[in-house]
Design a protein around this ligand. Structure first.
Ligand code: ZN
Length: 105
């Protein structure tokens, strides 16, 4: 299991609330059957999809094998067509504490 965050943001004018083109893309993403798409990108599980409407940012958390395939997922699915996207390896707080304990012994 490897956790990654997809951090995204868009301009206010490109928000699905304001742009019919972005709205169309957001609906396409929402209506995609992820269970048939995710395996193609070696994404084991979509853990959460969180959005901040007025900051125009989002964080999707997923369990995946390859960040380059996550990048391709963001391109192919349309997410990258109206968002800046950053893909970041994540660990749980428990993982952090486990690393801390290794340092201190
Ligand atoms: Zn927005």
């Amino acid at each position: 299991m490897a956790l990654y965050g997809i951090y995204g943001r868009h301009e206010i004018k490109d928000c699905p609330l304001n742009s019919s083109e972005s709205r169309k893309m957001a609906r396409k993403i929402a209506e995609t059957d992820m269970s048939s798409v995710l395996p193609k990108y070696k994404i084991n599980k979509m853990i959460g999809r969180y959005h901040s409407g007025l900051e125009h940012t989002f964080l999707w958390i997923l369990d995946a094998e390859d960040p380059h395939l996550i990048q391709q997922f963001a391109i192919d699915g349309g997410m990258a067509s109206f968002n800046e996207v950053k893909i970041v390896p994540l660990m749980t707080f428990d993982d952090v504490i486990s690393e801390v304990r290794k340092i201190d012994g």
